[in-house]
Write a new protein. Sequence first.
Length: 51
Amino acid sequence: MGRGDRRKSPKMRRHKRQRKLKLRQKRKQEAAKSAKTALSGAKTGESSSGE
């Protein structure tokens, strides 16, 4: 065992960065989707209450 062996390898750091990036993108996409459905839901709610 050499000195500094416990450090994460560049490959592992890359892997973690990629996972975090994909998670951020997923959250952003879900937030946009929920906002869109909330907006369209509000529109349909208004039209149905107007009847």
